[in-house]
Each structure stands twice: as C-alpha cells, then as structure tokens.
Design a protein around this ligand. Sequence first.
Ligand SMILES: N[C@@H](CCC(=O)N[C@@H](CS)C(=O)NCC(=O)O)C(=O)O
Length: 207
Amino acid sequence: MSTMTLFHAPLSPFVRKVMVVLHETGQLQRVQLHTVNISPVSGDAQLNQGNPIGKIPALRLDDGTVLHDSRVICEYLDQQHVGQPLLPREGSARWRRMTLASQADAIMDAAVSSRYESFLRPEDKRWGGWLEAQAEKIRRSLANLEQEHLAELASGFDLAAIGLACALGYLDLRQPEFGWRERQPGLAAWYAEVSLRPSMVATAPVA
Ligand SMILES: N[C@@H](CCC(=O)N[C@@H](CS)C(=O)NCC(=O)O)C(=O)O
C-alpha cells in the first residue's frame, strides 16, 4: 500500500476535514503526517514545493505529485476507497452537495480570516468592520443551512456534512462566544450528534 504525506496542523479546520475523511473511509494508515507551523506571513519551504500558495492541507503522493487544496484532496481520497462515496458521483445531487460543501468551506474561510485579523494582525491595524462582515457571512450561512438544508445534511455524513461539522468545531474553538447554537438550534442538535462519531472525536482540536 502506498504512503502519502499530509502537510498538517492540528487546529486547522481544513486539515481536520481531510483527517475526518481519512477516518471515515478507513485510509488513515495510508498517510503520514508532516506537521507545519505556518501563517499567511510565515511559510514553510518544504510545504511550498509543488504547492506554491503555501497553505495547508497539501497531500504529497508517493510519486511526488502534490494535491491541494482540501477540496481536491477530499475528492481524491473519496475516489480511493470502496465504501459509500462521500459525494454523489453524478447527477444534480452531486452539484447540490458540492455547493453545500463549498458553503461549509466558506464558513471556515471567514472564521480563519477572522482569526488572522484578530490575532495575527498588529493590534493598531485591526479592523472591526472586517470582523463584523465575516461574522455576518457566517451567521447568514448558518441560518440558510438550518432553514433550507438541515434534512439534507442529516441524511448522511458526506463531504458537505463533514465540512460543516469541522467549520462549527473551529468556531467553537476560536470564537466560543459566537452564540450560533442559540440562533440555530436545529444545527446545534445535528452537530451534537455528529460530534460523537469516532472520526470527529479523534480529530477534535485541543487549543
Ligand atoms: N482553500 C484552502 C484553504 C486552506 C487554508 O486557508 N489553510 C490555512 C490554515 S487553516 C493556511 O494554510 N493558512 C496559511 C496561509 O494563508 O498562508 C483549502 O480548502 O485547503
């Protein structure tokens, strides 16, 4: 069996998504982790090889090919196992689920960019309006997921559901005061249930 290298950081929600997919599809043993400590202003030379944008996750295959970003890696891993696919392979359901998965990624993007704004950026350059706009994107997205897509999300722990679960886990880690559970009790109940899955428990971020 081939060994792949996953460029990894334990608190990244995008990395967690890949880790959950590895657990859910029984491919954990195929990957060795290479942990990096990066930010938008300090990279890692090895990570940048074949991945010039320098973000994590990146997956180096045993022939040296590097796959990025997390969506591509998750799709690749989903093509590599024999169980139930984590995205429909064709038809309108595929595009619907991919759009939901993309919405989950966008929540992560807004939350990660808020983290950089409030933690990494020098204090005198921080912009409250930026933070509020990111928070509003997240609130709007979560309200839409609860109102329009809850039943669909609850129908299977696929790439869209995995992405959303990792996004919510990251919000709890970085913005515990965000209060999404009060606004979205349906999502909160769904999340409480999926958080018990072994893949989620094994990958839970600890700050
Ligand atoms: N679209 C990318 C986003 C990945 C991302 O933003 N990763 C963050 C860590 S959570 C990162 O590498 N930040 C460093 C940087 O922006 O240079 C994906 O889905 O993999």
